[in-house]
Design a protein around this ligand. Structure first.
Ligand SMILES: [Mg+2]
Length: 104
């Protein structure tokens, strides 16, 4: 795993978000499911919709990241939407790099 965020591949981004969602870097604890699969998928979709709402608000207000505070900016919410799209892909075991080429 690369440490420089600028060099991350989509596969690495998916892996990192998977680790964040699992709440641990310890892969041996992955089998400890915290909630049923369907409920987790619903939670992720609801979070995605919530983040889209926040993005819409920040776009309406045109609040941009000034390099200091990212809270309440378009940049923050674009990332949050991206995060939950990736988390949903992970929840369904989707390899987005593979899909990228299939779709292309
Ligand atoms: Mg947000």
């Amino acid at each position: 795993m690369k440490s420089n965020a600028e060099d991350m591949t989509l596969k690495e981004v998916q892996y990192l978000i998977k680790r964040i969602e699992k709440g641990t870097l310890d892969e041996s604890r992955d089998k400890e499911e915290s909630q049923p699969k369907k409920e987790n998928g619903q939670r992720l979709v609801l979070k995605l919709i919530e983040e889209f709402g926040e993005l819409a608000e920040n776009i309406r207000k045109n609040v941009r990241f000034d390099g200091k505070n990212i809270k309440g900016t378009i940049e923050e919410e674009v990332f949050d939407v991206f995060y939950y799209v990736i988390a949903i892909a992970n929840d369904y075991g989707i390899d987005l790099e593979k899909i990228f080429y299939i779709k292309d």
